[in-house]
Design a protein around this ligand. Structure first.
Ligand SMILES: *[C@@H]1O[C@H](CO)[C@@H](O)[C@H](O)[C@H]1NC(C)=O
Ligand SMILES: *[C@@H]1O[C@H](CO)[C@@H](O)[C@H](O)[C@H]1NC(C)=O
Length: 687
């Protein structure tokens, strides 16, 4: 523990309040994903991760005067935002005005070890007011959300309805068209299913469907909302902006805090089309038929769920802090829901098979992209390795010809992805091939990691996958040690033939395969056992060492003597306790990065450009097992997030001389931030 004392002191002095580029509010899945990119909650409208407005409005009526706290609306006077803290599962804003303090907490129960909680399609917003000045104040609160949450374009006609059940009132808005799973694409927003607002019965709380301007103006003037629902439907979401509005009368508020909670979620009916078979959200296969049922059931124990979320956050924040100081705590907390909110847990409506899906947000919108699951994999391996397997499962099923007739998989390497979210329907001939990369070695490395995290059991791995795994191992043997002119994951830089980092991944993929075979007691064919594949890996490493070395470091490509690159793929040697590459490789590479290439905002990816990938930097920081080097990297990433003028959910592709955004936003690859915690979890040190 002593080791960290100095770090604490440095961080405590150096870091002022963290300004995230965009703040997660309610982020459950790639569609229900609400962020605020303002410094204050009342500066800008909340947006979907893609940047489209997802309007939420908040106004406080204190002693007869109205002040806004969420959304850039009238009244012109806002409360004053005094703090913003992003925890892993919760975001807390605090405001003050006229002697009253208001805390607004956005919470989603994204706990990866509890699949029932993880899959809940809603979050809560808790409003807590108290007087700070020893007096008492009359306080009412106003909240509304627009129909922008359930349309792709605001010209789409929507309808709305109310229901009442078991002590709660529900307001739902959805498109008239209701084309379930009827659209796909990267920046596509959901336009089927229903945005659902739930409020507990309470004489002091009322709800109405109304025109946004009318409803807000009435609250500003009188502290009340319209008495009857607007029923002019269907009409476009943008036609006099229909909102679900809530008024919460808190009464006289003194020093004793007064709270109200409301629930906002999304019932998407079906989440994924897997080669023609619909996948329902996991929660709807677990007892709750409707989202109203799900909310009612969960709210019965909501205080416990919030307490579990808070306990999880506290423990995780402490681990991040102990591992990398305040910067690691802030970055790790910021990306948590970015990662969980890129995924969806489902149940197959025919077979009941449970699968976990990841969207390649903002860089194609692909579904189950293996070279996107891979950079995020430390996150899932850390919190729940079973979920990492459930992400690979549909990819394996596709490779095993188990999806649908007409999709027979004939490629000798693993698939790259399965289609465009939310529809898995790609033909093998349409694959974006990255044979060594994304596919084959990544799959073997992740499978071995799941095994290592499952106490080296392979009961979770169906026996029927072995022939295909063997063909992938054999494929790597045929293409290494020089992968030739293959596409690698950093394809935004163009092709990089004879890529050394890619070769390292392929080699470690073989070592990982050898480990997996040992765990499972399997061999390939009559004689190819784990030792056979490890011996090939050792041969290829000799080639790698002699052909990739250049002075004091290793090259970007075997054929470019003056080149260099981050060898982030070596992380897996650390995680899986391999000895395939000598320690000197780590030592030389690390010294090269830190002495020659440490820019104000990080170390570039390679010699071709000054930009980097934040996820790979976190991998390199973890594999260095050098606290000081890791701290240098994570403080730069934190500073980039704090300083970048591009206000989108954290990018992973950034410049290093300046805090300039290059491309991508909100991608799940930021799960790579957790590589260091994963390494520590897999190698606990004695006290
Ligand atoms: C899937 O079908 C293709 C085409 O018939 C075949 O080449 C391939 O070996 C099959 N894969 C498996 C795992 O059976
Ligand atoms: C692994 O074993 C440990 C100790 O027996 C146990 O606490 C843990 O739950 C096991 N983990 C898994 C994933 O089975």
């Amino acid at each position: 523990m002593m080791r960290f004392v100095a770090i604490f002191a440095v961080f405590a002095v150096a870091l002022a309040a963290f300004r995230p580029p965009s703040v997660p509010l309610l982020v459950s899945d790639p569609y229900f994903s609400i962020w605020s990119s303002g410094n204050s909650l009342y500066d800008v409208w909340p947006t979907h991760w893609s940047g489209g407005i997802n309007a939420l409005a908040g106004i406080a009526y204190i002693d007869g005067k109205a002040y806004r706290f969420m959304g850039p609306l009238t009244p012109p006077v806002s409360m004053t935002q005094t703090s913003l803290v992003v925890h892993p599962t919760r975001t807390d804003y605090t405001f003050t005005q006229s002697g009253v303090e208001l805390t607004v907490s956005f919470f989603t129960p994204s706990l990866l070890t509890d699949l029932d909680l993880l899959s809940l399609p809603f979050g809560s917003i808790t409003f807590t007011a108290r007087a700070l000045d020893g007096k008492s104040h009359d306080v009412s609160l106003y909240f509304d959300h627009s129909a922008e949450l359930c349309v792709h374009q605001s010209s789409e006609p929507v309808v709305w309805r109310r229901s009442h059940q078991g002590g709660m009132s529900f307001a739902q808005i959805g498109t008239q068209a209701q084309k379930i799973l009827g659209a796909k694409g990267d920046f596509q927003r959901i336009n089927w299913g229903y945005i659902t607002l739930g409020i507990p019965d309470d004489a002091s709380t009322s709800m109405v469907f109304a025109e946004a301007d009318l409803s807000r103006a009435q609250f500003v003037a009188k502290g009340t909302i319209p008495a009857t629902d607007d029923t002019r439907m269907p009409r476009p979401a943008s036609d006099h902006w229909i909102v679900s509005a809530v008024r919460m009368a808190l009464g006289q508020v003194a020093a004793q805090p007064v709270s109200r909670v409301l629930y906002l979620g999304y019932d998407d009916a079906y989440s994924i089309d897997f080669f023609g078979v619909r996948q329902q959200p996991y929660w709807s296969s677990r007892g709750s038929r409707t989202i109203q049922d799900a909310i009612l059931t969960a709210t019965a124990t909501w205080p416990d769920t919030m307490a579990a979320g808070a306990a999880f956050d506290k423990e995780l924040e402490a681990s991040l802090f102990a591992s990398g100081g305040q910067a690691y705590q802030e970055v790790g907390s910021l990306v948590y829901r970015q990662v969980t909110g890129s995924c969806k847990l489902t149940t197959d409506e025919k077979t009941g098979e449970v699968r976990y899906w990841m969207k390649e947000i903002s860089s194609d919108g692909d579904i189950s992209t293996v070279d996107v699951i891979f950079p995020a994999s430390p996150f899932f391996a850390l919190f729940n390795p079973e979920l990492l397997w459930l992400q690979m499962l549909p990819v394996m099923e596709y490779a095993l010809n188990e999806t649908a007739p007409g999709y027979l998989y004939t490629l000798p390497w693993a698939p790259h992805h399965l289609g465009t979210w939310p529809v898995a329907d790609i033909k093998p001939a349409e694959q974006e091939n990255m044979p060594v990369e994304a596919e084959t070695a990544n799959m073997l490395l992740m499978l071995a990691t799941v095994g290592a995290r499952m106490n080296r059991s392979t009961e979770w791995l169906p026996k029927r996958v072995w022939p295909v795994l063997c063909s992938w191992g054999d494929y790597l043997v045929t293409v290494l040690p020089d992968p030739g002119n293959q596409l690698c994951t950093d394809d935004f830089e163009g092709p990089s033939p004879h890529n050394v980092n890619l070769a390292a991944k392929g080699i470690l993929g073989l070592s990982a395969f050898a480990q997996l075979m040992a765990m499972a007691g399997q061999q390939c064919g009559a004689s190819r056992d784990g030792a056979y594949y490890q011996a090939r890996a050792a041969d290829f490493t000799q080639y790698w060492l002699s052909h990739a070395h250049s002075g004091d470091h290793y090259q970007l490509q075997y054929n470019l003597p003056d080149s260099w690159s981050l060898k982030y793929n070596l992380l897996f040697q650390r995680l899986l306790d391999m000895t395939t590459f000598p320690e000197s490789v780590f030592a030389e590479e690390l010294a090269h990065y830190r002495t020659k290439h440490m820019n104000p905002y990080g170390v570039p990816l390679d010699n071709r450009a000054t930009f980097t990938k934040l996820d790979w930097e976190c991998w390199v920081g973890a594999m260095s097992r050098d606290q000081d080097f890791f701290n240098q990297l994570i403080t730069r990433i934190r500073q980039f997030a704090n300083d970048t003028p591009t206000r989108v959910p954290l990018t992973d592709w950034a410049q290093t001389p300046t805090p300039k955004y290059v491309g991508f936003q909100a991608r799940p690859v930021m799960g790579g931030v957790y590589a260091k915690l994963l390494d520590e979890a897999m190698h606990p040190r004695s006290a």
